[in-house]
Design a protein around this ligand. Structure first.
Ligand code: SF4
Ligand code: SF4
Length: 382
């Protein structure tokens, strides 16, 4: 397992592949403990808990007794249990009770991330930025939340939320198919095959801008729907008409700017082991570009997808990283100090490019790399 940091949560290290909670629902206590124990042994240390299901919370609380420090917990605010079922609410009294219930059942005095649950609409965001956000900031000041997050499927709304400066973490739906879709307040649009009927070209600019904004601001993205609810893994169901494998989906998400972790909904010990096998998989098994570059109705051309196919550079430039840093600056219209620092730390800089063109012949997406290196040398001054 490898780890990345939640920069605005004290640099907390979290596993790149993390645990969704849906696979733990409906398990016996023994199954629950075996699965979670195996996950910890495999190095998973980050868990999302969108569900307010009291049985789940009780089981997790019992498991964690004496080992709370082994898990970084992302609990949802505004996801409550009412009349035996899940309810999303912005009613502050219910929200408070829901959080108290969560802490009590889990047997802990804090959540590492308090995730404001499921905000896809502009009006909803406006409402959430009132008393709910004030409550979350109060909890953070009290130490009951170490970081405040928000979950969303809508890049326009997510971007507005990140721009407030109040979010430390964003939970966002990311996969190559959703990345082609424009913003929508109805997340069902992402799941409808009709949304993809006309094909498309390149990533939606709003999504690209959101990921770059998060990277610049140190807002950690943790990914939901990396496999599109399983659709991406099936040629019949995938909007692209071709199947990705799980490792390609993981690699795609983990190479987007801003992404720190991917929440995966494993249902068994075998599934956990298979996902952990990501780190033993060959580059070919993880190669999402092999799928993306050969689709008929969908084209990714001219924009760097950070796939790394252009390597090795004749003089050792890490082209994908240079492109990523360059894009962060171009999107902002300035060179943020943190990006300049990261660029400085590279062993080889864009100014060293000898324009041999070998990398361009290897790029499946037709990126004008020589031009990009020249631009990067100009922007960063080296
Ligand atoms: S320049 Fe092309 S090959 Fe290199 S990382 Fe970007 S998309 Fe991939
Ligand atoms: S063109 Fe520049 S960036 Fe590409 S391989 Fe040659 S030296 Fe490296």
């Amino acid at each position: 397992m490898q780890y990345r940091t939640l920069k605005r949560c004290g640099g907390q290290a979290v596993s790149e592949i993390a645990l969704g909670c849906e696979g733990f629902l409906g398990k016996t206590r023994q199954e629950f403990d075996t699965m979670l124990g195996t996950a910890l042994d495999l190095g998973f240390n980050f868990m999302d808990m969108y569900t307010p299901d009291p049985d789940f919370r009780d089981a997790l609380g019992a498991f964690m007794r004496g080992r709370r420090d082994k898990l970084v917990l992302q609990g949802h605010i505004c996801s409550v249990w009412e009349e035996g079922q899940y309810l999303r609410t912005r009613d502050l009294e219910k929200v408070r009770q829901g959080l108290e219930d969560q802490l009590r059942r889990l047997g802990t005095d804090h959540l590492d991330v308090g995730m404001i649950h499921y905000v896809d609409g502009e009006e909803d965001l406006e409402e959430v930025l009132g008393p709910v956000m004030a409550y979350c900031q109060e909890l953070k000041a009290q130490g009951k939340l170490r970081a405040v997050g928000m979950s969303s499927h809508n890049p326009a709304v997510a971007r507005q939320a990140v721009e407030t400066g109040l979010l430390d973490v964003l939970m966002f739906s990311v996969n190559a198919a959703y990345d082609m879709q424009p913003p929508s307040e109805d997340c069902e649009d992402l799941f409808r095959l009709e949304s993809y009927a006309r094909g498309g070209t390149n990533m939606d600019p709003e999504r690209r801008a959101l990921y770059e904004l998060c990277e610049r601001e140190g807002v950690a993205i943790d990914v939901m729907k990396a496999f599109g609810g399983g659709d991406m893994l099936s040629a019949e169901l995938s909007p692209f008409g071709v199947a990705f494998n799980e490792y390609q989906c993981l690699e795609y998400c983990l190479t987007r700017p801003g992404v720190v972790s991917v929440m995966a909904g494993c249902r068994s010990v075998e599934e956990l082991r298979r996902l952990a096998g990501f780190y033993d998989a060959s580059p070919e098994e993880k190669d999402y570009a092999a799928v993306l570059a050969h689709m008929e109705k969908f084209r990714f051309r001219g924009n760097c997808m950070y796939c790394g196919h252009c390597a090795p550079c004749t003089v050792g430039i890490r082209i994908a990283d240079v492109n990523k840093f360059l894009n962060l600056c171009l999107a902002q219209g300035t060179v943020p100090e943190t990006v300049a620092d990261h660029y400085r730390l590279l062993d080889h800089h864009a100014s060293e490019c000898v324009a041999c063109g070998l990398c361009e012949g290897r790029c499946p997406f037709g990126v004008a790399i020589v031009e990009k290196m020249a631009r990067a040398a100009e922007v960063f001054g080296s």
